[in-house]
Design a protein around this ligand. Structure first.
Ligand code: BEZ
Length: 258
């Protein structure tokens, strides 16, 4: 429940960089854990566990957790925490009617090419009556950051920079429809604005999450590119004391397999 999506987008994941710049992702996962209400003894699938920081909380509550992530580096870190963690693509989950709940935090927005695939996999993985509870970026999430990345790339001569956006940020209506089409009965699907303080500033965020954009440029241009994006965003996302806040929105949802 944290992080890494299938590598369709040239995004690469380092557990070390993630821990340094994005430890707020699992920390801010508490509301979706509260929505899940995990009970001791339940079998829970953590879809996109990242380095396992949030997974540990489920285990501490007495759940029997299987955690999957597409990043071998993240899974290695989760295994060091003693978690039953496996490298697996969220689009091709191989579980059948065996979990009481499927949980996901901050990973489903990385599956832009086929957002229905993890929903279908979660449905298959659940027993009847089981619940799918999660959170992902919502419509207009990191809108200012995305515009700055795309405009700066195009200024440097990269054509069709919009096609490099790696994220799927749905509206609540879109996500609810997808859940229903997969067979779920949605209980709640909410779009929540969540301005998010960045502990290591915009540069730390870009170093962690903007690889699909920087990959369009030769190595020697990348640092200048990130400086330019940061300068463009400063008047909007950085306050007078130098504190950066990203323009996040979330979709938080809970749905039942009938
Ligand atoms: C997230 O981890 O929630 C996130 C990552 C990249 C862009 C927006 C949100």
């Amino acid at each position: 429940m944290a992080v890494s999506a299938p590598s369709t987008s040239s995004q690469h994941w380092s557990a070390t960089t993630y821990a340094a710049n994005a430890h707020f992702v699992p920390t801010l996962g508490q509301p979706v854990l509260d929505l899940l209400q995990p009970r001791s003894g339940e079998r829970i699938l953590d879809l996109g566990c990242g380095d396992g920081v949030l997974t540990e909380k489920l285990v501490a509550l007495g759940a029997q957790v299987v955690a999957i992530d597409s990043s071998p580096d993240m899974i290695a870190t989760a295994l060091q925490r003693g978690i039953d963690a496996r490298v697996m693509d969220a689009r091709t989950l191989g579980f059948e009617s065996e979990f009481d709940a499927v949980f996901s935090n901050a990973v489903l927005h990385w599956i832009k090419d086929d957002p229905d695939a993890p929903i279908a996999g979660a449905f298959r993985a659940l027993r009847a009556g089981g619940r799918f509870v999660g959170e992902l970026g919502g419509h207009a999430c990191v809108g200012a950051i995305t515009v700055a990345l795309v405009a700066t790339l195009e200024r440097r001569g990269v054509k069709d920079a919009v096609s490099r956006i790696p994220w799927y940020f749905p509206t609540a209506e879109d996500y609810e429809l997808r859940l229903e089409r997969a067979g779920f009965v949605p209980r709640t699907v909410e779009l929540i604005p969540r301005p998010t303080p960045l502990p290591t500033g915009m540069r730390g965020w870009l170093d962690t999450f903007a690889n699909p954009f920087t990959a369009a440029l030769p190595g020697e241009e990348r640092c200048g590119f990130l400086d330019e994006v940061t300068a463009l965003l400063k008047p909007i996302l950085c306050d007078a004391d130098g504190r950066w806040t990203a323009d996040y929105t979330r979709i938080r949802f809970a749905a039942i397999k009938p």
